[in-house]
Design a protein. Sequence first.
Length: 278
Amino acid sequence: MDCLNIGCGSRFHPAWTNIDAAPSSSHVQAYNCRAGIPFPDQSFDVVYHSHVLEHFPKAEALGFVRECFRVLRPGGIIRVAVPDLECLARLYLEAMQKAAGGDTQWQHNYDWLMLELYDQTVRNRSGGDMLEYLKQDPLPNEPFLFERFGGEVRRILEAIRTPTRPQPTPLPLSQKITRWLSSIPRRVFMRGLREILGPGGCDALEIGRFRLSGEVHQWMYDRYSLARLLEQAGFLDPRRRDPAESVIPDWTSYHLDTDPDGSIYKPDSIHMEAVKPQ
């Protein structure tokens, strides 16, 4: 089978065709899929993407899924994983009720769930307030976060808590002068840009560049809206699947939605598959 993994990040299998805007391996091709999918019609038997669709503006989501439809062969399978809005909304209501009732532990959970709902949409800097929350040591609700995000949050915490490398040796004065001289054109450019854009203009430019970088969430999906989107693109029989369940042969051997030890990679997700008509 010919299988395509779109927006794979560091989660890929070498037997697949893997593409990402910022490749992390020689097994990953560089491509930004907002410009389409760079393969001919009917190239693949499987198209998979995990936590990619929510980064597309709502107005562009259908076009992207239609591109997935185009590159699939008749009878081909699409598998999509996105954050599960329904599960998050139900959990938020439970957290609000328990937190308002004075449950200290659920007050911490409530704080985190509010970040899940909004921070990934409204943030203006990489990592946002979620990253600041995870920097707490100890975390007041670490087991709850493991339950929500599984191995992903464990890897983030390991990176945060790993001791930083020693600071590099100070540069000789001659090298400092060379670097300062080479920075003059940029500083002159930035000074002119500030004069053109006015107060706050450069900040607005930086925020705009960040929000167009692909990190923020542009929309959210539940089992109803995701199935409807797949059907609008032409797919048939959209069905919710468990992380380890699929009609894709040998699915769990690729370790995309599950880790080698069988644990779920992103427990906060909804996984759905659909079929391109024969």
